[in-house]
Design a binder for this molecule. Structure first.
Ligand code: FES
Ligand code: FES
Length: 213
């Protein structure tokens, strides 16, 4: 059998082929980094209109924007606080369509057409809402981080009780709920205070409720 001629690449050919491979790899890596999965040009933005603290506001948002981020980052209403961003602390509580909600768990687009009240809309430094005044009077805070959410929640809780919305601690669901201490504590249980100002918050709420708590 005839012997095949020896095929031995020269050192120069090996070096040239290595350099070419490296160039191809580096070019393809750069391209994959330069192309994000979703290009920003393709991102769909959507309009939303709502009334915030009595003022009509219109925004064009990424549909994934939470109500909390819309308020804080787009409308610069930073009174509403971001604590956990997971629906666990209540720091982001606002009143939307008459109901207290965790703004971090709600998309802004879900509130198209809603009336939203934040802590900035309840009162002003010169003219505090009665609940804000009661928090001051009873020292219902220490660091104050949870306070905007506590105050919004407390206002909405007394409104819920006045409207007869039942809770888990009512012995008889057919009876109108009363603004008792246990009733208010149960309804405020979603608002966490790391400083532990709970007793003072309960006193503030009882004061506004007319001492019934
Ligand atoms: Fe919304 Fe904590 S920030 S519940
Ligand atoms: Fe500090 Fe409530 S006052 S977390």
């Amino acid at each position: 059998m005839a012997e095949l001629p020896e095929c031995k690449p020269s050192r120069r050919a090996v070096m040239a082929s290595g350099a070419a491979t490296a160039l191809v790899l580096s070019t393809s890596t750069r391209r994959s980094h330069a192309q994000p999965a979703i290009s920003t040009e393709a991102m769909i933005m959507m309009p939303v209109r709502f009334k915030v603290n009595g003022e009509s506001r219109e925004l064009t948002l990424d549909p994934r924007t939470t109500l909390l981020d819309a308020l804080r980052e787009h409308l610069h209403l930073t009174g509403t606080k971001k604590g956990c961003d997971h629906g666990q602390c209540g720091a982001c509580t606002v009143i939307a369509g008459g109901r207290r909600i965790n703004a971090c768990l709600s998309l802004a687009l879900q509130h198209d057409g809603d009336a939203i009240t934040t802590i900035e809309g309840l009162g002003t430094p010169d003219k505090l809402h009665p609940m804000q005044a009661a928090f001051v009077k009873h020292d219902g805070y220490q660091c104050g981080y949870c306070t905007p959410g506590q105050v919004c929640s407390a206002v909405a809780v007394l409104d819920e009780i006045a409207r007869g919305v039942p809770s888990h601690v009512q012995a008889d669901l057919l009876q109108r709920p009363q603004a008792s201490n246990i009733e208010m504590r149960e309804r405020m249980s979603g608002n966490i205070c790391r400083c532990g100002a709970y007793s003072n918050i309960a006193e503030a709420m009882a004061d506004v409720a007319g001492g019934r708590g």
